[in-house]
Design a protein around this ligand. Structure first.
Ligand SMILES: [Zn+2]
Length: 189
């Protein structure tokens, strides 16, 4: 079932909710639909077109945003799905300073890597191998990452996320490829 992008009244991306939850927000007038998903949701008496993007009618203050959760999906998105050492398609997660040498599982010590580089590197330091990285790994920043980290994707979200992340980052959550026709969902309420 597709999910719905929720924007603050200020248009800042806040998160992703289920279509059902988004529809309740719209019906309660807590949010307005900005983009239609094309999915029809049926209640006992009527059919409603479910949104793909909603915007809250009142501004919600977000007190504190912690670091972007470190997940495999988010890490691959940060590194463009490519091995940071050789540029091949990444298939594994590498700890720059190996865990066996005290390296931590943190944004600034993990990178996407191909199987070969990961195997060759094993538990050695980059300096031991004479390898270099284009830039040191760093935690991703920007509000678009709140959405990228969820793993949900929809091309309709793209224009709403582009002001909050780089084009390449946003392309991970909002690919150009059109989604296949969404199924009709029954709204049991
Ligand atoms: Zn590689």
């Amino acid at each position: 079932m597709p999910h719905v992008l929720v924007l603050n009244a200020s248009y800042e991306p806040l998160g992703v909710v289920s279509m059902r939850r988004a529809l309740v927000l719209v019906l309660d007038k807590k949010a307005v639909s900005l983009e239609d998903s094309g999915v029809l949701m049926h209640s006992a008496t009527s059919a409603i077109s479910a949104p793909s993007v909603v915007r809250l009618t009142r501004f919600v203050r977000v007190p504190f945003r912690g670091p972007v959760p470190l997940t495999r999906r988010a890490l691959f998105a940060r590194d463009g799905g490519r091995c940071v050492y050789c540029g091949a398609v990444a298939t594994s997660v590498d700890h720059v300073v190996p865990r066996s040498r005290g390296g931590q599982h943190r944004w600034d010590n993990v990178v996407a890597a191909c199987r070969r580089c990961n195997h060759v590197k094993a538990d050695r330091h980059l300096a031991d191998l004479g390898w270099r990285m284009k830039r040191p790994p760093a935690p991703p920043s920007g509000l678009a990452w709140r959405i990228i980290g969820t793993g949900h994707r929809d091309p309709r979200w793209r224009p709403y996320l582009e002001p909050y992340g780089s084009r390449e980052e946003v392309s991970h959550v909002a690919p150009d490829v059109p989604r296949p026709e969404a199924p009709t969902e029954r709204l049991s309420a």
